[in-house]
Design a binder for this molecule. Structure first.
Ligand code: GDP
Ligand code: MN
Length: 398
């Protein structure tokens, strides 16, 4: 689950990480109110208005703008709220902006040496350790830095049992070229950042840029936070931050029904029980020349209700030209699944407008195939995995 920049910053701040302060607003009137509230406390007089969407590169797409007066706050936020913001990380049509973050301008006027760093915390699966990646080359595309000047990206591996040790925090500050007060600030910044990462069960923190002001303050100007979905049950407060508007409607619907669904670009819908079988089903479809339209694990109980729900979800995708049902009956009996498929099929009538290939294997597979073949419904049954994939290709090429 991803957080918005403003939510991520609040999370960081609650662990003592210094941030660029800001207030979120969903109308230009509220944006002006937010700006007034901020200037009373900081007094720089300027602000930045930042589109809140789940995608980076907003600066380049016109989603981050400096405002030097309340009139500018109003006009800029009026422009940004409600726009389709296109960045290198959004879908081609862009993402709808529901709200902006009005933040204090932390690039002091006349400050000719603000330093921008890059810093992220993530899991290195290869070594089973957390790591902090950081660079002096912040504020820009970190992928480009990795490509052109990889020696400017540092990594610090952290033993999860020992945690971030003080010498490691100092090494990071040193490698960023800091000394004196700025070094102390950075040590504090990194230490609290790492604590926040561990305590919130995050899987990614990316702060780009981390800013050093001319008076040696270190603060997070941006935040990208990804939380581990499997740990959300431990963080009810964080789970509530989910913004469903940012997620694909079809995946949200599947999620609510307890189905494991991931939308893909192909034309063959898949309904499978078990994640491993679902993965190999997708592989086989691809190997046989097709493209999977989705990943869907219907889980252990493939009864008529669930099968129907799964069919309806798959058919919401207009690209789907055939559906492959691939069920292995281990605990679940194939004949029960077959009955579920038949019932769902009869129930849905005309709603099913593409050929359906059903392969059932395992407990009572023979009875299941008999049921399907005798049912009188327009299904194509198969026994072998490859046979099923071939039948999919057959109907696609018609
Ligand atoms: P991103 O483009 O989605 O990564 O959004 P960021 O939050 O990183 O903002 C983009 C850029 O806007 C940053 O790299 C900064 O250079 C600039 N920026 C952010 N905050 C301020 C600010 O307070 N004042 C000024 N002048 N520029 C800012
Ligand atoms: Mn950024």
């Amino acid at each position: 689950m991803n957080l918005h920049e403003y939510q991520g910053k609040e999370l960081l701040n609650s662990f003592g990480v210094r941030i660029q302060r800001g207030i979120v607003a969903d109308s230009s009137e509220k944006a002006v109110e937010a700006a007034k509230q901020l200037s009373e406390e900081t007094g720089t007089g300027w602000w930045v208005v930042k589109a809140q969407i789940h995608a980076g590169g907003r600066g380049k797409g016109g989603g981050v703008k400096l405002a030097k007066s309340l009139e500018e706050i109003a006009s800029i936020s009026n422009d940004i709220i409600g726009m389709m913001l296109i960045t290198p990380q959004t879908p081609p049509e862009g993402k709808f902006v529901n709200q902006v973050l009005v933040a204090e301008d932390v690039y002091y006027p006349g400050d000719n040496e603000p330093e921008e760093y890059y810093m992220s915390v993530l899991l290195n699966r290869a070594t089973s350790k957390n790591m902090i990646m950081y660079s002096t080359e912040g504020g820009m595309d970190i992928e480009a830095v990795a490509e052109n000047t990889p020696h400017l990206i540092f990594t610090e591996e952290i033993d999860p049992l020992l945690g971030l040790l003080p010498f490691q925090a100092r090494k990071i500050a040193f490698n960023l070229g800091l000394s004196g007060g700025a070094m102390k600030e950075m040590v504090k910044f990194v230490t609290s950042l790492y604590t926040a990462y561990v305590k919130s069960d995050a899987s990614l923190f990316e702060i780009n840029p981390v800013l050093k002001t001319s008076d040696d303050k270190i603060l997070a100007v941006d935040s990208k936070v990804t939380l581990d979905d499997s740990a959300l049950f431990r963080h009810k407060d964080l789970a509530e931050l989910r913004d469903l508007r940012e997620e694909r409607a079809i995946e949200v619907e599947a999620n609510e029904a307890g189905l494991n669904y991931v939308d893909l670009d192909g034309n063959v819908g898949c309904m499978v029980n078990g994640a491993g079988l679902a993965m190999s089903t997708m592989d086989l479809i691809k190997q046989s020349g097709g493209e999977p339209a989705n990943f869907l694990d219907v889980g252990g109980t493939a009864d008529a209700k669930r099968v129907e729900l799964a069919f309806r979800l798959i058919l919401k995708d207009p690209n789907v030209k055939a559906i492959l049902v691939n069920i292995f009956g281990g605990i679940v009996r194939c004949d029960r699944v077959a009955q579920g498929v038949i019932d769902a099929f009869k129930n849905m009538g005309d709603a099913i407008n593409v050929p359906i290939i059903v392969r059932l294997q395992g407990t009572n597979a023979v009875e299941a195939k008999q049921l399907l073949d005798d049912s009188g419904v327009d299904l194509i049954s198969a026994t072998e995995f490859q046979e099923a994939a071939d039948k999919v290709q057959e109907v696609l090429s018609k």
